[in-house]
Design a protein around this ligand. Structure first.
Ligand code: GLY
Length: 401
């Protein structure tokens, strides 16, 4: 594993090296700072090697037109023929049908093996474009240019790509998150924090949920991360570029240190699975379209970060119910979630059997048994196999409004 912090020589940006291995070892940079997307994409051929001639630029439709034009112009100025596809960032659109349409567009544009797909958007768009890159001609380069805080600190780093599936169940159709996908590491990740200026507050806050999660795991690489984030919240929420650069760099360093030795989440204990803190609870409620972070129907459904925020609180209190941590620590995590303006409880949760059933769609389920990531101390979590359902329900009850 190699994860280093250093300053970019030309500007106020930072570089985190991600090194995944041991075999095959793949290393790439995550470059973070204001204005770096078009600055670096103007030299796209040097980012992917092997003399590309075309690029498929996949934009999140939420990225403002002016930013899209600037980025497309920058790539074209590097001598590439640029093809553009726009994707709406919704979980419903994150489907096999959208993946198929994108693959057809890439084939129509006649991209060859050296030609990159460039994803500019939030995690949904990065995941779909990454999966298309992983499967087109059995793999072409993917450049990730995340435009949401959540995608910068989490989704764009570590090579997880994929789409949701829609399955029939005895209780009706159900969307299961990220159930088809591939591990496909990017050539480079460009986190341009100036692109966060236009982000809705609600979407920015969703990214903070993953930052609180990393703080709860920070013992790996940055024991001060949780406290630093708490103190920096006013600057972060006012979109201070220096604070956002620092936040993204520190979170990427934590994530890089965790995925480096367990790319495929196969470690017998700990490893990448720890990054799922809050996600088994969160993924169970995220597809329930009636749930709202404010209680008001106009704000339904929950966004991913809001579901994770609730999931972190539920996991912390499930852990307290098991006696792994005391209630003070669970309360501190809940306070961090609340301070970031994220929900700590939600109205309209279904009954416990329905919630437990929805949790079983999680990819970590083994032989039908849940595997939960739970805090077990400050900056530390562990994977708990087949937890007693009473403790899981205790976690759900804490977030039931
Ligand atoms: N978002 C969790 C992971 O990348 O493993």
């Amino acid at each position: 594993m190699r994860s280093a912090k250093k300053n970019h020589p030309m500007s106020n940006s930072r570089v985190i090296d991600v090194s995944i291995g041991p075999s095959p070892r793949r290393a790439y940079d995550v470059r973070i700072g204001p204005g770096i997307a078009s600055e670096i994409l103007s030299n796209t051929p040097s980012l992917v090697g092997d003399a590309p001639s075309r690029a498929m630029l996949v934009f999140d439709s939420g990225v403002p037109r002016a930013d899209r034009d600037r980025i497309a112009d920058a790539i074209a100025s590097g001598g590439l023929e640029v093809f553009i596809e726009l994707i709406e960032p919704s979980e419903r659109v994150k489907s096999l049908a959208t993946l198929g349409r994108l693959l057809n567009r890439i084939a129509e544009a006649r991209l060859e093996r050296a030609d990159p797909v460039i994803a500019v958007g939030g995690g949904i768009v990065g995941d779909i474009a990454g999966y298309a890159a992983a499967s087109y001609r059995r793999g072409v380069p993917i450049i990730q240019c995340p435009t949401t805080l959540l995608a910068m600190v989490d989704a764009s780093v570590g090579g997880k790509t994929g789409v949701n599936l829609n399955i029939d169940t005895p209780t009706g159709p159900r969307l299961v998150k990220n159930m088809a996908g591939a591990f496909w590491q990017p050539s480079i990740v460009l986190a341009d924090v100036a692109l966060l200026d236009s982000l809705e507050h609600r979407v920015l806050r969703c990214g903070l949920a993953e930052c609180v999660k990393h703080g709860a795991l920070g013992g790996f690489a940055d024991a001060e991360l949780g406290a630093w984030t708490r103190g920096a919240l006013p600057r972060l929420l006012s979109r201070d570029h220096a604070a956002l650069t620092e936040l993204v760099a520190r979170n990427v360093a934590v994530k890089a240190s965790i995925v480096a030795s367990d790319e495929r989440e196969t470690a017998a204990t700990g490893g990448r699975a720890l990054l799922n803190l809050g996600h088994t609870f969160g993924h169970a409620i995220e597809p329930m379209g009636h749930l709202s972070p404010t209680g008001s129907a106009e704000n339904a459904p929950l966004q991913h970060g809001e579901a994770v925020a609730l999931g972190v609180v539920a996991a912390a209190y499930a852990s307290a119910s098991m006696g792994l941590v005391d209630e003070t620590l669970a309360g501190r995590l809940r306070d961090d979630i609340a301070a970031a303006g994220l929900p700590t409880s939600v109205d309209g949760l279904p009954d416990a059997p329905t919630l437990l059933d929805a949790m079983r769609d999680d990819k970590k389920v083994r032989a039908g048994h849940l595997r939960l990531v739970l805090p077990d101390g400050p900056g530390s979590c562990r994977v708990v196999d087949a937890p007693d359902e009473a403790h899981v329900i205790a976690g759900w009850n804490v977030i039931r409004a």
